[in-house]
Write a protein that binds this ligand. Structure first.
Ligand code: 6LW
Length: 494
């Protein structure tokens, strides 16, 4: 059976997975975006469908005013005694908390906070006990992976937070997950930081509090030594066993725009890598410890990898697939008669706030996004948005008795109007953004005549330029007035 990586494309980092009643459920981090913590379902670990978000109410997550790449960091999803738990960190308020649900297709609970610091919290259940793990320092200041026991009903700490492993010496040890496999407890982590030095390491012990013995050949998975290879940043994974006793790791990684151009703008994505246990209970992963574009594994059943190539208002759910920057004022958004009306405020895309914006994560390099627009007042358009400092905008602005159509490039302190055309009254405007690995092209079709306004390189929206933990969002937005959008269509061409 062959499959291609990533299995979940676009800004879907820090995956965590569990298996319940023959189905797999996976969550990802989402930083400043809302709704938060996208939730996926799969029957084969290769084809994933987003079925919701865990944090859909402001009472669950405080995002107002958080910096870009602040907010919701890595989550973990686990299942115990008929209940799903999702534990994560609000990195801005530095709070670890979990929510739960008894119905994976329904809403999740109000947050329950845990008084252990660090980030990347995880849960492990055994014999009626709940263990809470995170990175950071323990109660006597020892840095590394920290563990305590909690009361899962209240979140109360029932034991001191103690360090159980300090990793293999890589910087930024994080992403701890505990597993009981056979007679051993396996503790798997990420080290090296979520960029080019990222790696997965692990250790095992017969006692849940250690002493943990490192796998002798750590890192078990990394692409840090693959020069000239597009997939990089491999790390932050969760182990899962399928119904054929094959083990897998779902983990993050990112795709450079080219094998020799170390820029990635799609964000960190979710990859699937096979894992193999050997006779003495250690496991290896991937192709000689690396993750590659396509894996072929001996597998008892034929799985067809499917991919949605076209996204429209009709085949997406505005409340589920789309996302806002921080907490939106939903009075400024309404959808009726296949028309999305956005009421823009004074808040702009440059503000660390919540502009009137709704978008989809860009999932691949080769794409075309089009949308019909009519601007009643102010301005509205399409934005290729990495964060408030780095975004490319194609917008229509209403003047007294004319309009302008403008391509504006925002990269750090540079806010450059690349091109702007003036038009009078019009009967139709379709905005179009096309992209490939290297550049975006911005156009407007006005009453059937296409005006190409210009191009802009993808690399200036990359994480290497912007820093942070997110990826490009293709967004519709409005400022200082009302814009209406119809016939949105995002098509992936490769
Ligand atoms: C995530 C942590 C990390 O919680 O980045 O760099 C955070 N490492 O594992 C956000 O993705």
């Amino acid at each position: 059976m062959k499959y291609k990586n990533p299995v979940i494309k676009g800004f879907y980092p820090d995956p965590s997975v569990c298996k319940v009643n023959g189905k797999y459920y996976l969550v990802c981090s989402s930083m400043q975006y809302f709704p938060a913590v996208p939730l996926f379902e799969s029957e084969d670990l290769i084809n994933w469908k987003q079925i919701g978000n865990c944090l859909t109410r402001e009472s669950q997550i405080a995002l107002r005013g958080v910096n870009s790449s602040g907010g919701v960091f890595a989550p973990t999803i686990r299942y115990n005694n008929g209940r799903f738990y999702m534990v994560t960190t609000n990195s801005t308020t530095q709070q670890n908390f979990y929510v739960y649900t008894n119905d994976i297709y329904a809403e999740w609970s109000e947050p329950i906070y845990v008084n252990q610091g660090g980030i990347d919290p995880s849960l492990y259940f055994e014999d009626g006990k709940t263990y809470f793990l995170s990175n950071g320092s323990d109660d006597i200041g020892v840095e590394g992976i920290t563990q305590c026991e909690i009361d899962i009903e209240t979140g109360e700490k029932l034991s001191p937070s103690v360090n159980i492993w300090q990793g293999t010496g890589g910087r930024y040890i994080e992403s701890p997950h505990m597993y009981k496999i056979g007679e051993y407890y396996y503790l798997m982590v990420a080290e090296g930081g979520t960029e080019y030095g990222h790696m997965v390491t692990y250790a095992r012990s017969k006692d849940i509090y250690g002493k943990f013995e490192s796998y002798p050949y750590n890192p078990v998975l990394t692409n840090r030594n693959l020069g000239g290879f597009e997939i990089q940043g491999v790390g932050h994974g969760d182990l899962i066993q399928d119904e054929y006793d094959q083990w897998w790791i779902l983990h993050l990684g990112f795709r450079q725009i080219d094998q020799w151009l170390p820029y990635h703008h799609l964000g960190r994505e979710t990859f699937l890598t096979p894992v193999y246990f050997n006779k003495d209970g250690w496991f290896t992963a991937g192709y000689n410890g690396t993750t590659i574009h396509e894996f072929e594994v001996k597998y008892p059943s034929k799985i067809t990898q499917l991919e949605q190539k076209v996204y429209t208002f009709d085949n997406t759910n505005l409340k589920l697939d789309w996302l806002h920057i921080r907490i939106p004022n939903m009075q400024d958004y309404y959808f009726y008669d296949n028309t999305l009306t956005l009421i823009g405020t004074h808040i702009t895309l440059d503000d660390v706030d919540s502009p009137t914006f709704i978008g989809l994560r860009q999932k691949d390099f080769d794409a075309t996004a089009t949308c019909d627009i009519s601007v009643e007042s102010g301005l509205g358009g399409i934005t290729i948005f990495m964060d408030e400092q780095q975004h490319y905008d194609l917008y229509v602005k209403k003047l007294d008795n004319s309009y302008t159509i403008t391509e504006k490039l925002n990269v750090g302190d540079i806010k450059h109007i690349q091109n702007s055309i003036s038009i009078g009254e019009y009967s139709s405007i379709t905005l179009e953004v096309t992209s490939n690995n290297f550049a975006y092209t911005f156009s407007a079709i006005v009453d059937g005549t296409k005006h190409i306004l210009g191009t802009a390189q993808t690399k200036y929206l990359s994480t290497e330029v912007a820093s942070g933990f997110t990826g490009v969002i293709i967004g519709l937005y409005a400022q200082n007035g009302t814009s209406k959008f119809k016939n949105f269509r995002l098509e992936y061409l490769s």
